[in-house]
Design a protein around this ligand. Structure first.
Ligand SMILES: Cc1cc2nc3c(=O)[nH]c(=O)nc-3n(C[C@H](O)[C@H](O)[C@H](O)COP(=O)(O)OP(=O)(O)OC[C@H]3O[C@@H](n4cnc5c(N)ncnc54)[C@H](O)[C@@H]3O)c2cc1C
Length: 521
């Protein structure tokens, strides 16, 4: 056992999608950190099988999106069957986000969680990081200066002293228990599902296949770029003690619900019973220990929100931890709970409503297809999440603005062209910095003086301006989407949300705002 603790600024506990997103963000910000994972092997269970538009934007910013786009698929129609063998084809249950949300990623992408994790792990490796496998947090004590975590590693017990700890250790989080934050809410004892990753014979992989029967539904979803299917089946409410999951139990259930001999299950790499919990913590942190992802909130998978919400928790927390470690006021960390807890609250409500519809229609094909057709929408895309009432958001001085308000996600706009640059607003935002979009000619020297590594300043000019330095908005998209009426400054946070908008002369507001965050403790 090592008795002398090793020191680190941030210790991340858990290498699921939440922990890995945070690890990538901290690594690209050169924050001293470690990420430990109890399992000795990487996760092979599919669990989440869709990544939402806002999370795609996040992984784009982290430069981990390519593998996800190349591996996942967008169009996955559904084939519904009745017990007598008739089938009915329906379009995919995921729908594209509305065009006016202005994203390069309107479509949710079907992809197994283990592939999202692989994309993040690969990116993390490029950034020089590595998950410490087989390392389990056993307990922690914290004081005013830091947190000491006892970790069981393959080499023995280790004490890790961290300035901050992030529990990204899933729904059964021990970190949450160590800091005595209960998961408040309810367990839906009678909403249970058989889950599994199986291989099978007898079905084409171009559809999700769903059978309804008096006993309940069973569905299988092909996981892209693999021969694995995720199986989901309702367990009837009246069954007190469901049979233990096994390939045989699943085959028998399939035969009863889909008809004997239809589908032959050949192999399973993950089998589980899932009981729906709708719970969250009442606070996302205690002193120096933060919770993120399933450690902070659990809910039904309807609407495909769990993994996505966790990744976005991490993305909200990453830049704030980095700033505070470099000397920003620790009050910045309070805005993590302030901004993210209402998001989880809304997800809990929406996913519970959607799951109610699915469970209530699981025995009847037409009704089930109707309820599944409404589970994907602009809300589940994550693009509508905003921090308009956050203490980090400054009200706009303009009274007649119609869109792109402070607190909202900064939308994309294509068609920008400058010297040596042709791209979009998102190309300007990509990276760990703040961004100031100056919708004006950059003749004011105070604008130039604002720019540094942490704050990138870009002057965006209308297409009819000639002979001025800056980026030309060739199609007028940026001016239209950002609703720029006269010369304006738009300050965008490192996580892609608009912090404030002000008139072009008002560079003092920008400085004042940044100083209010980055002033030393
Ligand atoms: C059937 C199903 C379908 C789903 N579909 C979707 C979907 O379509 N979209 C979606 O967004 N979400 C979906 N989800 C939810 C999603 O799987 C979870 O929300 C997601 O896994 C949460 O990620 P996380 O990183 O917070 O936690 P986890 O993925 O649970 O990761 C936590 C990690 O911490 C490790 N750990 C635990 N304790 C310790 C410790 N003491 N020390 C070190 N390591 C520890 C664990 O081994 C684990 O690797 C679905 C879930 C299920 C079950």
């Amino acid at each position: 056992m090592k008795t002398i603790p090793s020191f680190v600024d941030v210790l991340i506990v858990g290498a699921g999608p939440t922990g890995l997103t945070l690890a990538c963000d901290l690594a690209r910000r050169n924050v001293d950190h470690r990420i430990i994972e109890r399992s000795t092997l990487y996760n092979v269970a599919s669990r989440a099988k869709g990544i939402q538009p806002r999370s795609l934007e996040v992984v784009d910013d982290l430069e981990a999106v390519r593998y996800i786009i190349d591996t996942g698929i967008v169009d996955l129609p559904v084939r519904y069957y009745t017990a007598d063998g008739r089938s009915m084809d329906k379009p995919a249950i995921t729908v594209a986000a509305s065009a006016e949300l202005e994203t390069p990623y309107r479509d949710p992408v079907w992809i197994a969680q283990f592939d999202v994790e692989k994309a993040l792990r690969d990116r993390y490796a490029v950034l020089g990081g590595q998950v410490e496998l087989g390392a389990e947090a056993l307990g922690l004590v914290q004081d005013l200066d830091g947190v000491t975590v006892t970790v069981n590693t393959p080499q023995g017990e280790e004490q890790i002293r961290a300035r901050y700890v992030v529990g990204a250790d899933g729904g059964k989080s021990n970190i949450r228990k160590f800091i005595h934050l209960p998961l408040v809410g309810e367990t839906h004892d009678h909403e249970r599902w058989y889950l599994g990753d199986v291989r099978l014979e007898g079905l084409d992989r171009e559809h999700i296949h769903i059978w309804t029967s008096p006993e309940g539904m069973v569905g299988v979803t092909p996981l892209p770029k693999s021969d694995i299917w995720q199986l989901q089946a309702t367990i009837p409410a009246e069954i007190e003690e469901p049979e233990k999951p096994s390939l045989e139990v699943y085959q028998a259930m399939f035969d009863r619900r889909a008809g004997a001999g239809r589908v032959r299950l050949t192999d399973a790499s993950w089998l589980s019973i899932y009981r729906i919990n709708v719970r969250m913590v009442e606070h996302y942190s205690k002193c120096r220990v933060f919770l993120a992802g399933d450690a902070a909130h659990v809910h039904s998978p309807a609407g495909g929100q769990g993994m996505n919400t966790g990744m976005q928790d991490a993305y909200n927390l990453g830049w704030k931890l980095a700033a505070v470690i470099r000397g920003a006021d620790t009050a910045l960390l309070d805005t993590y709970d302030e901004e993210r807890r209402p998001v989880a609250q809304a997800v809990l409500e929406d996913s519970t409503n959607k799951m109610g519809g699915i469970v209530g229609t699981a025995t009847e094909g037409g009704a089930l297809s109707q309820s599944l057709s409404t589970i994907s929408d602009d809300l589940t895309s994550g693009l509508l999440i905003s921090y308009r009432s956050s203490s980090l958001t400054r009200p706009t001085a303009r009274t007649n603005a119609i869109r792109s308000f402070p607190g909202e996600r900064a939308p994309n706009a294509t068609g920008l062209q400058g010297i040596g640059f042709a791209g979009s607003v998102f190309d300007l935002l990509r990276g760990p910095h703040w961004t100031l979009l100056a919708f004006a000619k950059c003749t004011d020297p105070s604008l130039e003086n604002l720019a540094n590594d942490e704050l990138h300043v870009h002057c965006i000019l209308p297409s009819d301006v000639e002979g001025a330095e800056g980026i030309i908005d060739t199609a007028g998209n940026a001016y239209r989407i950002y609703d720029v009426a006269s010369e304006e400054l738009v300050l965008i946070r490192p996580d892609g949300y608009i912090a404030l908008r002000t008139f072009i002369e008002d560079t003092a507001s920008i400085l004042h705002y940044l100083n209010s965050i980055y002033s030393t403790n």
